[in-house]
Ligand binder design. Sequence first.
Ligand code: WT7
Length: 634
Amino acid sequence: MTEEAYARAEADREGFWAEQAERLDWGRKWDRVLDWDNPPFAKWFSGGTINAAVNCVDRHVQAGRGDKVAIHWVGEPVDDTRDITYAQLQDEVNRAANALTELGVAKGDRVAIYLPMIPEAVITMLACARLGAPHTVVFGGFSADALASRIVDCGAKVVVTADGGYRRGAPSALKPAVDDAVAKADGLVEHVLVVRRTGQDVAWNESVDKWWHDVVDAQSNEHVAELHDAEHPLYVMYTSGTTGKPKGILHTTGGYLVGTSYSHWAVFDLKADTDVYWCTADIGWVTGHSYLVYGPLANGATQVLYEGTPDSPHKGRWWEIIEKYGVTIFYTAPTAIRTFMKWGRDIPAGFDLSSIRVLGSVGEPINPEAYVWYKENIGGGAGDGAGAPVVDTWWQTETGQILISPLPGVTEAKPGSAMRALPGIVADVVNDEGESVPDGSGGYLIIREPWPAMLRTVWGDDQRFKDTYWSRWPGVYFAGDGAKKDEDGDIWVLGRVDDVMNVSGHRLSTTEIESALVSHPKVAEAAVVGATDDTTGQAVCAFVILRDSAGDEDAADNADIVTDLRNHVAKEIGAIAKPRQVMVVPELPKTRSGKIMRRLLRDVAENREIGDVTTLADSSVMNLIQTGMNTSDD
Ligand code: WT7
């Protein structure tokens, strides 16, 4: 990418995207680059046909790059590694596609994936894409209930899972949650395909369960791929919104692949022949989809896929992996960087990280201290000694692809700023009236023009799609984030302006956690806020009023219930949503119209002086809360 691309894209945006689409292999070429006749329902590359798996795998083999390593897989147990070439990946994806077909999966059917970070996760996603069977990957940290609701919402007939995975040196189970979810989904799931990863004992339901090695290994490694319509659904990824029920974000095939492959190449300055790329995201999040599976593989990159955590068996594991594989492009989240800062610079300094030439950040605003630490300590060996360029990439599950980011070697970066919309993307910051704010002011982050990898709808709920993203200002995509433009017009994303929290770069809904809390028999009312946290960015803090004992301030009685409630949230939603703190309170601060004033609760959770209470129905409530509070933060 060069500076000139910005102007070229601005002069002819559709022409620019058509040019990017040429980077892929199409069956039939599209008739129209963009059909925006019926906004907000976009069609990109309509009339075109394409197969995402063929673009991610087969075409690299056909081009003579079959022996190139696609994935350096690093298991959590030390020395449990596998290098998978593009040719091997092709064999495996074909076998998996044949296996899914044998299990009755046809084009259009949905497949749920609940797997650890093992090659089978990538293989299954690509096998689904090959068949045109949309996948829905559910992060392994989600509970059986969360898995069940996703299976039911998108009507998945097959679930692919494993007996378990490894975490910090020990096997942990996955299959029991699937068993539970399958039972809850009430006959919907016809087959569960189980990868044997840890060898732990699992309960076996003969009518649905099948071992991966029994079904997949026996298949032919040949599979003729069908070309799918550019707008054929590729996957559904659930994400939390401001209401209780997660939204199934639908991404389709052609535009998504154009958007992810283009941005992966442009933002990371990818040189596919020589780079070794590593994105640390889990496959259960959109980052894993766009920048671990579809973007890098469409670009024919060589990448690392790591199963474990950064601290096992020692706190230098990530740096050891970078040294071993010569990683050149590294993409992670600010929460991880802040954790490493705490552990100290000596740990990365013990490894040779000189291969690094580009660093990426995603998931939440990166604070300047973390940015500088990252550049100097992880990217320090690069170039002139000033440290590798850091790209702070802003995007969302909904956007599918990076929309705002500096470009290494093109844009000068400022620590903490996502800088500028990519060539082809039109972003702005607007005020309440939807008017563009002048440089030096703040407002809401919006996207003015459609982009190829944009979500197409909320699965099964077009109205919610319109209401959530397109109703605030007509014709404009509202992301839910606040942002400011600095004096140079560069964009600084400030964070959510709605009731969505960002914990370790993962999106959590306050309402969803509140619903989980009030589903506990002892809870009368609950309010949740995201309080600032040094490591995780935000942390979940819950305020609850208990049923029988509302008004009872006996701390000893309440200690057990606090533990209970934290576990209850983990069971309902998943361990990632477990509140850092649960405070038992006699009242909640409400306005006269009954709206909970979370701003005041945030003041309490962050140990600040309480702000303006004049709009409270009962202004003495805050005193009650502060004096009658029981907290737990184990
Ligand atoms: C929300 C989207 C994109 C994949 C990971 C999260 C926040 C994301 C940045 C960034 C400031 C960021 C926003 C956004 N966010 N990246 N570089 N700077 N904020 O995906 O779960 O869909 O969350 O994450 O608030 O709206 P997600």
